[in-house]
Design a protein around this ligand. Sequence first.
Ligand SMILES: O=C(O)CCC(=O)C(=O)O
Length: 446
Amino acid sequence: MAKFKIAQREQPPKKLQHLRQQKQALWVDLKSYLPLLDITYSSISSIAGLVTVILAIFISSKLMQSSRIPVKKLEKSEPSVNLSTKQFVYDHQAAQLERTNNMDKYDFNYDRFGIDRRSELTLQEFWDVYDAKWPVVLTTVMDDWPARKWSTELFNKTYGEQRIVMKAVQGTLKNARGLALPLHLFIQHLNDSSPTSWTYLEDELFLQQRPELYKQVPRNLYTEEDFFPLFPKEVQPWDCMLLWGTAYSRSSLHIDPYNWTGTNAVLKGHKKWKLFPPGQDDLLYVPQDGACGFPLDCFKYNSPVDAFEPDHEQYPKFKQAMYLELDQFPGEFLIIPTGWFHQAYNAEETMAVSGQFMNRNNYLIIMEEILKAGSIKRQRLPAYFHSLLPPDQVKYLMSLLPKSVLRKGKKLTEDIIQQVERKNQKQMKEDETRKEIEKKKKKKQN
Ligand SMILES: O=C(O)CCC(=O)C(=O)O
């Protein structure tokens, strides 16, 4: 979902210069970080995309060791769907019908037009009624997550000096800027937000780079089957984005890269959601031409509408769009089906972790997105492709990936790491001074 333009700047961009005069505490600090990394982007998923491949070089070997392999045996693949001969189109309407029929099999009082909160849910019922069909909130899968104990103090103390990727908005979502800066600075301004000035730490690297944190957000029964680890490491999406936003912060309205199934686990705060059933692209003004910007191409599905503050004059058809609303609280794990546009809004300071999976119910959609984008030619798939087990189809597809795409992934990763890690002279000096002051303070106290 991302198209990145990364530019090193000596000066803050012209558009932002007027902010100098505003002297808002938040921006006074943030401005000085603008020259570091200026990522022009249009959505949260851009950041997801931006950092998706970043760690490949550093820790891929470690992650490969722990890579998640399918847990349930797959007996056979759908013989009728053969990507080697024709484009696959997921029939969302048929999926809804199937969902409704499947409900009869189970003894649960479903909220047919709302979002169920579920605790006792078998994997089969999940696949039958929700997966790739309808959102669901799982209320107990995070019960044993050590991450539930994460606190601002812990992060500040342990990682305060380390750099994170975030977006800052002054005005509307359209004015979002991407920044890389020390975590303590983000934390310092956690309570400084307003409806037109807010920050959102959206860092797909942070947890993966720190195994001690990564292991505190384990997978669960419903997300365990995942074919993404079968992708070559250079193009493997990272599956654990840290999302920490001030009040009023929000994502864009989007579908995730490769149209995967998304997950969102709230650790602290209150997240509001608008989730749009498939088939409403025209009402959401989704442009048809975006590229996601991943080394392994995919299309970008991003709406320019801020669903929490829609500009009805500019986007009049948006009024007709249908959506589900959800208030999500700590300990609740949301699963967002493939094909559903979604936008999140943090009603108060909120910390969450998002992820994704590619399983038996969405792998054809994801592979089709990859084929459609053109890095791999459909004609290269063998006629028997559809007779392979789903994970074997994925492996086969990936074996056709041109070396140039892998090289591109590696290069992009290296470039971004460099950008995120780099400190300019001025900031290094500031860091030194700050440390000196703290040292002196401590000495005085003793
Ligand atoms: O929590 C959020 O801000 C939204 C996250 C999201 O939509 C995503 O990761 O795709």
